[in-house]
Design a protein around this ligand. Structure first.
Ligand code: GLN
Length: 196
């Protein structure tokens, strides 16, 4: 399997390292051509305003939208904002997932926290350590979106077919279960596409 990580800004190296622990060599994506042949793409955490500006400058916006129409994308934190169809107070960017989000809704950097999450469909039921850093809050979701984990009332891990988003940062933990979940999603989608 070939998984790409958008590498314009933010926590892309940490995802590459985590994928490496599964024996998957990640491709860093900075140009539309680097999306070719990928079975999935991670949009990492960082700063969504900078990331969308850079994506525009690198000519990636249409290419990312096309990629996500049929191929797996996982948006993490800032990446969740990039995939959302509705963003409070600003234009959405990729508009791939049917949900509305508010940026920085949990407060400042110092208000970052770790929360034990109950995450549906992981291989075991141990709580998942959710690391939240200036996380976006998901305000509402459309009917095609399944909530995989909540923190309090708010959805913090979501899936819509071949698309996935987390408001927290699995790449900043030693727990690879969410990356494993995404790799499985990518393998399933590759099979589905091959079967036509
Ligand atoms: N606050 C950032 C944003 O709005 C996201 C934070 C993160 O990715 N850790 O883009």
């Amino acid at each position: 399997m070939r998984i790409g990580i958008l590498a314009l800004q933010g926590a892309f190296a940490e995802h590459a390292e985590m994928l490496g622990s599964f024996g998957v060599r990640a491709g860093l994506v900075r140009t539309p051509a680097q999306l070719e042949g990928l079975d999935g793409l991670i949009l990492p955490g960082g700063e969504s305003t900078s990331m969308r500006r850079l994506a525009g400058q690198f000519g990636l916006d249409a290419a990312l939208r096309d990629f996500g129409a049929t191929r797996p994308v996982w948006g993490v934190c800032a990446g969740l904002i990039l995939v959302a169809a509705r963003v409070d107070g600003e234009e959405p960017f990729l508009g791939l997932m049917d949900m509305g989000v508010a940026r920085n809704a949990y407060g400042r950097q110092q208000e970052s926290f770790v929360s034990g999450l109950s995450f549906a469909d992981l291989p075991d039921s141990r709580p998942y350590p959710g690391v939240f850093i200036r996380a976006p809050r998901v305000l509402e979701t459309g009917p095609g979106v399944t909530v995989l984990a909540r923190q309090g009332e708010a959805p913090v891990a979501l899936r819509q077919g071949h698309l996935m988003a987390t408001a927290f940062h699995p790449e900043l933990t030693a727990d690879g279960r969410v990356h494993g979940y995404f790799l499985e999603l990518c393998a399933d989608q590759a099979k589905r596409v091959a079967a036509g």
